[in-house]
Design a protein around this ligand. Structure first.
Ligand SMILES: Cc1ncc(COP(=O)(O)O)c(C=O)c1O
Length: 495
């Protein structure tokens, strides 16, 4: 998973078409620096359903590889499959005969559409509201920020309670006459907690505001965790006040990438999702989601994959996932110097430091050196694991490597000022977030600029202001930021 691609950039089309076999070989060679998810050392990005199911998904995907869901009249097959998928998910999440919705390309599109729908509903019902706002937990997925940007809806983020679920009293304080949407997560990504949806539902009903529950992570696993007898707080259409729900099929639905579902309580809500243009010379154009062309492959793979799995398949996967998550939680609890942020019974495990000499980012570097792909978080520094069925095989190895990593960091206090730990530590602490934003934007520009990234190998400290400061004055700045952090904690009580 480390290293770089040494193949030269392809700068123009080959004059003559190239040999298929050679190209397929090169496709494989390009994987050289990829995260190796098949061996269970990656805790995000890929949901591995096992070889047999993966091959089946590829087959189903391939059969509708060329078809386009943009026109449901031209491809009635895809429209039929989409309807079936939406029904299956609606049934799982306790919708009723009025529940409806569409497939989307993923969680982000589902959330973008949920926000656009709420904004357009408010425009229709409350045209005087020219400054729409939405109230969401601090931990609600960052795709809501993208949506806020794209659709001109102001975000008000409510703080968390001590259990890392949103503080509903604070949500209530943030509601005003411009609020067009409330949001809860089931569960939220950073720590795996389910927000108190039942209480938020009451708030939504009282104020007559739509409530979207982001179950992009939980949608296809929480119903099965509940059936396994674990404690799952109510979060789906059984909760009065919930008006829309998103559930990703390409996460715990273990289907092909590019598949999520956005459900609405009824067509009364769905109507504001749909885009119609009547005056374009190209014809009257209607579309239920953000893209124009809608690839048939992910729709067909979801339709076939979900039915191939069935309730029994998803139950078995949920059981394996919980076994792995339980083992990871027990392992973290047993390591002196670490503590869990995530609750029990969830598929997400998040750990942080419980001792001043255990720097989370230094431990993360050590885990990476031992071959694990690590998802670092901030505020507080922590490491996130989205646990899946396949991790049953590797949970034990992770725990022993984590214990060794912590031991190493305690024995080497300098580790936190070196390598990626120094960069992440500083990025997390820099009080001027616009400076961090500029630096990260610079990194992205470099990656997507004409050269596709100078460095295609391991991450390097960024160029730009933060990078330069880090290179020249890393130690001093680190100490100053530590002091600032302690002061802020003392003055505001915020970590
Ligand atoms: C809670 C939650 N919502 C939405 C998303 C966005 O999903 P996607 O990456 O499919 O766009 C994620 C992604 O991790 C998530 O965790």
């Amino acid at each position: 998973m480390s290293g770089a691609i040494d193949a030269p950039l392809v700068r123009s089309l080959p004059t003559q078409g190239r040999d298929h076999a050679a190209l397929l070989q090169e496709l494989e060679a390009l994987r050289v620096a990829d995260a190796d998810w098949r061996d269970g050392r990656v805790f995000s990005l890929v949901y591995d359903p096992g070889h047999a199911h993966e091959a089946f998904l590829q087959e189903a995907h391939g059969r509708y590889f060329s078809e386009n869901g943009l026109n449901p009249m031209a491809f009635k097959s895809l429209h039929r499959m989409e309807t079936d998928v939406v029904r299956m998910v609606g049934h799982l999440l306790h919708g009723d005969a009025a529940t409806c919705g569409t497939m989307t390309s993923g969680g982000t599109e589902s959330l973008l559409l949920a926000v656009k729908t709420a904004r357009d509903r408010a425009r229709r019902l409350h045209p005087w509201n020219r400054r729409p706002e939405m109230v969401l937990p601090t931990t609600a997925h960052v795709a809501f920020d993208k949506a806020a940007d794209a659709f001109g809806v102001k975000i008000r983020r409510a703080r968390l309670g001590p259990d890392l679920r949103v503080d509903v009293k604070h949500m209530k304080q943030l509601i005003n006459r411009h609020t067009v949407l409330l949001v809860a997560s089931a569960p939220q990504y950073p720590h795996g907690a389910i927000d108190p949806v039942a209480e938020i539902g009451k708030l939504a009903q009282k104020h007559g505001i739509p409530l979207h529950v982001d179950a992009c992570v939980g949608g296809l696993i929480l119903p099965f965790i509940e059936r396994l007898g674990r404690a799952v707080a109510p979060w789906d259409f059984r909760v009065p006040g919930v008006t829309s729900l998103s559930a990703d099929l390409h996460k715990y639905g273990y289907t092909a990438k590019g598949a999520s579902v956005l459900l609405h309580k009824s067509t009364d809500y769905l109507q504001d999702q749909i885009f119609v243009a009547t005056d374009w010379p190209g014809g009257v154009y209607a579309s239920p989601s953000l893209p124009g062309t809608r690839p048939g492959g992910p729709i067909a793979a979801a339709w076939a994959g979900m039915q191939a799995m069935g309730e029994s398949g998803y139950l078995a996967l949920a059981q394996q996932t919980l076994a792995a998550a339980d083992e990871l939680r027990a392992g973290v609890r047993a390591i002196d110097g670490l503590k869990l942020l995530s609750p029990d019974d969830m598929p997400i495990v998040t750990w942080t430091s419980a001792a001043p000499d255990v720097d989370v980012y230094a431990v993360a570097d050590q885990l990476e050196a031992r071959g694990w792909h690590v998802d670092r978080q901030q505020d507080p520094p922590s490491v996130h694991l989205t646990v899946m069925a396949g991790h049953e095989r590797t949970a034990g190895a992770y725990v022993s490597d984590l214990a060794a990593a912590v031991q190493f960091v305690r024995a080497h206090p300098g580790a936190k000022s070196q390598g990626n730990a120094a960069m992440y530590g500083m990025m997390a602490k820099v009080p001027f977030r616009s400076m961090v934003k500029r630096t990260v934007r610079g990194l992205m520009l470099e990656m997507y600029g004409p050269e596709g990234g100078k460095n295609q190998g391991d991450p390097q400290p960024p160029d730009g202001v933060v990078g330069k400061l880090l290179a020249e004055h890393g130690e001093t700045i680190g100490r100053a930021l530590d002091t600032w952090q302690r002061l802020r904690t003392r003055l505001t009580g915020r970590r």
